[in-house]
Design a protein around this ligand. Structure first.
Ligand code: FES
Length: 105
């Protein structure tokens, strides 16, 4: 599994998603509840960035229609989205947040 540096841990504010691009893939990096998550940064309902949504209770909410995606699984828990968004494995090494684009679920 190949990990790439996405950003610095110190760049991440709690519950404030950071959008990065890894090999042309948009990824939202989220620090919340003592962990760091990486989720594909396109809603599965329409082509909008999830990084612009709010984070709460380990979910990220799409700002356009309000579907909430679990940051651990990528699964939506509210309509209108019905399909999950890919989530990616994260490793922390020092101040580096490393992400593998291998899909976790
Ligand atoms: S675009 Fe995200 S829920 Fe509709």
């Amino acid at each position: 599994m190949t990990y790439r540096r996405a950003c610095g841990l110190s760049e991440l504010e709690e519950d404030t998603p950071k959008r990065v691009e890894l090999d042309g893939t948009p990824v939202s990096i989220v620090r919340t509840e003592g962990e760091v998550f990486a989720i594909h940064d396109i809603c599965s309902h329409a082509n909008v960035s999830l990084a612009e949504g709010e984070v709460d209770d380990c979910h990220i909410e799409c700002w356009l229609h309000g579907s909430r995606f679990d940051l651990r699984s990528g699964k939506p828990d509210a309509l209108p989205a019905t399909r999950p968004v890919p989530v990616y494995p994260v490793k922390i090494e020092g101040d580096d947040v490393l992400v593998s684009l291998t899909q976790e679920s």
